[in-house]
Design a protein around this ligand. Structure first.
Ligand code: MG
Length: 409
């Protein structure tokens, strides 16, 4: 037995190491990070291109964790409702606290929907907090990293969204001027051939128009960018199959949500029928729902939204299940820099990450919300700072708060 080995297993040495670590973190009155207790949870909503619900978890050590929940009516109220279930708990037991909240809120819809969204916001803040208390980046809490950078794809819009040439021009601009090599455009845009959108049927002219958009964009940025197209759950199974087949020659990155989310059998039939990769998942919650999507091989790519689906660890679990079926993960994301950075940590920590979405390029102050640079050259360089590695700029938060909101303590 070497001297080093003995030292590592000397209980007194371990105590000294814990104490030193605690002192480094400013926890001089405590034996170590496990001694820290949650004292409060607060939210503030910021008026971005979506209402971003920022969440902070406070402790008696003065260390604060910051997270974010996807939007949804009642999310701040649900977080307030859950606060008593967290006060007095150690913030290091992220998994146990998550299951505790799921259990305590089971009568209020913790299987899916806004209750899971609210829990997600807390779960993100706990990862930031635990990382800060332990002095490690959040990706380390998830098992370490596969990559130093998370690739980012840019969700693109134009005022003439139905004009194939305008979409191609925008693709060119985003690739050459903004520096992205991965894009997404909406494909559920009017073609002028619609008679009745409620029946979900695509007429031949509608399909030709969508093919024109796909052709114009993919040919314009060919070999410079991967391009996905989003259909927002609009079409019937038959129409989705015809559309997916019609764009097969253009080698799209993926076709997203061509059919409504409820019926897995239809989803699987569409995916089986085409060589165009089919993606879905942003409207599904927790590993439970994604497991069914993946086990049925109803998708080629799964697209959980991390601040909505259950949080960072839940997304890691989804990625692990997907990986059993060799299915990659593209992280849907419409969040502020906080939620985006949480997605980047997970994208770094899972083997099967494709990319993280960025959905706010119209908003020139998006990155002002935090002190750090988040997206650069079409990627997030995942930080090695403790926790998520982003710091809210409270002046920016205050400037952009939803009317009637109050700033964090
Ligand atoms: Mg989508």
């Amino acid at each position: 037995m070497s001297k080093d080995y003995r030292t590592l297993h000397d209980p007194n040495a371990e105590y000294t190491m814990r104490k030193l670590s605690a002192e480094t973190m400013g926890l001089t009155a405590r034996e170590g990070p496990r001694d820290v207790e949650i004292t409060d949870v607060q939210t503030t909503m910021v008026d971005g291109n979506f209402p971003w619900t920022l969440v902070r978890v406070y402790t008696d050590a003065g260390v604060v964790g910051t997270g974010e929940a996807y939007w949804g009516a009642g999310v701040p109220e649900l977080i307030e409702r859950m606060t008593p279930f967290l006060v007095g708990e150690t913030p290091l037991d992220i998994d146990r606290l998550y299951e505790h909240l799921i259990q305590k809120m089971s009568g209020e819809g913790s299987v899916e929907g806004v209750t899971v969204t609210a829990i997600s916001g807390i779960e993100l803040a706990l990862h930031d907090l635990a990382g800060k208390l332990l002095g490690v980046p959040a990706y380390q809490l998830l098992g370490g990293k596969y990559r130093d950078e998370a690739r980012v794809y840019c969700d693109c819009h134009t005022e003439s969204e139905a004009d194939p040439e305008a979409c191609a021009e925008e693709a060119e601009r985003v690739v050459e001027q903004l520096g992205y090599d991965a894009l997404k455009f909406d494909l559920d845009v009017p073609s002028g051939h619609e008679l009745d959108r409620a029946n979900r049927h695509l007429r031949p002219g509608e399909i030709r128009h969508k093919v024109d958009i796909v052709e114009a964009v993919t040919e314009r940025v060919r070999d410079r960018a991967d391009v996905a197209f989003d259909c927002h759950w609009t079409f019937s199974g038959d129409s989705a199959r015809r559309l997916a087949e019609a764009v097969e020659d253009y080698d799209v990155w993926w076709l997203e949500d061509p059919v409504p989310p409820e019926n897995l059998a239809v989803q699987r039939e569409v995916t089986d029928a085409t060589s165009t990769p089919i993606a879905a998942g942003e409207n599904r919650y927790r590993v439970t729902e994604h497991r069914r999507l993946v086990e049925d091989q109803a998708v080629d790519i799964v697209t959980p939204d991390l601040p909505k689906v259950g949080g960072m660890r839940e997304t890691r679990k989804i990625a692990d299940v997907a990986n059993q079926y060799y299915i990659p993960v593209a992280l849907h994301n419409v969040a502020s820099p906080v939620g985006t950075m949480a997605s980047a940590h997970v994208a770094a920590a899972i083997p099967n990450a494709l990319a993280v979405e960025y959905h706010s390029y119209e908003l020139d102050w998006w990155e002002d919300l935090v002190e750090e640079t988040v997206i650069e050259d079409g990627a997030v360089a995942v930080p090695d700072e403790p926790g998520l590695g982003v710091t809210l700029d409270m002046d920016a938060v205050e400037q952009h708060m939803v009317d009637g909101e109050t700033l964090f303590d």
